[in-house]
Design a protein around this ligand. Structure first.
Ligand SMILES: *Cc1c(COP(=O)(O)O)cnc(C)c1O
Length: 369
């Protein structure tokens, strides 16, 4: 079976991991953590980096650090991972959904303006599957209404909007370094920002809300969201490989594009003229002329030895979100279509050219029958 994802780890990760082990610093402090934070903040053009245990924790921490008014509204895409909504719910904020853009699969920026009310405190942007959100209208809205931008660039390491790197746009910007992400630490995440006060709040939240002066005097809530020095060591090696990893991702996408472009009524990933897409995963969406859906397509591809993943199911369709009273009776037709007709193909950094050819050939056969 050709796997959907294969991480790219080699000798450099091993060397740094052993160095971290030998240093004796194996838990949530040690020099690799600082190094990892500094290196990644620099990649993103930011002043501060706060490493945490995963991307979901990064979002929760970042939102907490902004100290938004309790019960205020945050506009977010419905078509995303549950982590985005969890970060809001855990911070007693109201998620307000917008549909996806049918081309980029990111949030439909035209709908954001319509959803702004006097209760809106922030917009959460998510760069879906490696393609940046059209940030210009979002930044203008944020400025005009004095609301914050929370950026989730977990799927878009190294992607760019009009030349500026994703992770550089939010009051707080978040990353996951899960095993299938472009830069990985196995499990891991980070918040980056430019504000010293927000950075300090993130550090406190990550580490049980320890006091600044009297360590064991707690005035704020916290979590144990520490990343280990061992994971950070792997991360340092990974960051150095980012340019090569991005080259590979683009090459994988271009190869698929070439092999699949003749198939009628099949939507492939795009790259808008203002965007640098890093093609975190290579998604395809069946057009309306097909008589079967993504589930059936996935089943057929599995018969050819090709493993795939379904697209997200929108937040407004999630029982756990509806149970909280959000998204009920709302319809987001683009997101609903993407979740029913979209899958992504093997496109991890370790995926070989041969795997891609075989996968593309299997897609062609499955869609023709
Ligand atoms: C992977 C991902 C996360 C969650 O990251 P974890 O490290 O798995 O907690 C959050 N947001 C987006 C957009 C992701 O793709």
């Amino acid at each position: 079976m050709i796997p959907v994802n294969k991480p790219w780890l080699d000798i450099r990760e091993r060397e740094l991991l052993l160095e971290a082990m030998d240093s004796g610093w194996i838990s949530g402090s040690g020099e690799f953590i600082q190094r990892f934070e500094d290196k990644w903040a620099k990649v993103c053009g930011r002043t501060y980096g706060i490493a945490v245990s995963n991307g979901t924790a990064a979002l929760e921490t970042a939102v907490w650090a902004l100290d938004l008014p309790e019960g205020s509204e945050v506009i977010m895409p419905t078509f995303t991972i549950i982590s985005c909504a969890l970060a809001l719910l855990r911070n007693n904020l109201i998620p307000v959904f917008v549909d996806a853009d049918p081309r980029t699969w990111c949030m439909d920026v035209n709908q954001v303006a319509e959803r702004i009310t006097t209760r809106t405190s922030a917009i959460m942007v998510v760069h879906t599957y490696g393609h940046p959100v059209n940030l210009q209208p979002i930044c203008e809205l944020a400025e005009k209404h004095n609301i914050r931008i929370i950026e989730d660039a977990s799927e878009a390491h190294g992607a760019r909007f009009r030349g500026k790197i994703c992770g550089g746009f939010g009051a707080v910007s978040c990353f996951s370094f899960y095993a299938n992400k472009i830069v990985t630490t196995g499990e891991g995440g980070m918040v980056v920002c430019d504000n010293a006060e927000i950075a300090e709040r993130c550090r406190a939240y990550r580490n049980l809300g320890f006091g600044r002066d009297n360590r064991f005097l707690h005035t704020r809530l916290g979590q144990n969201f520490r990343l280990t020095n061992l994971q950070a060591a792997i991360g340092c090696a990974q960051i150095d490989k980012l340019p090569r990893a991005l080259d590979r991702k683009v090459r994988i996408a271009k190869t698929y594009n070439e092999l699949l472009k003749e198939i009628p009524d099949l939507n492939l990933p795009v790259q808008e003229e203002w965007a640098l897409n890093v093609y975190w995963v290579y998604g395809i969406v069946l057009g309306e002329s097909y008589s079967f859906d993504a589930l059936e397509c996935q089943r057929r591809l599995r018969k050819y030895g090709v493993d795939t993943r379904r697209f997200f199911l929108g937040m407004h369709e999630q029982p756990v979100i509806r149970d909280k009273g959000f998204g009920i009776g709302e319809r987001y037709p683009v997101a609903e279509r993407l979740s029913r007709y979209g899958i992504y193909l093997p496109s991890g950094i370790g995926t070989t050219l041969e795997d891609i050819r075989r996968s593309a050939e299997a897609v062609r056969k499955c869609l023709a029958s």
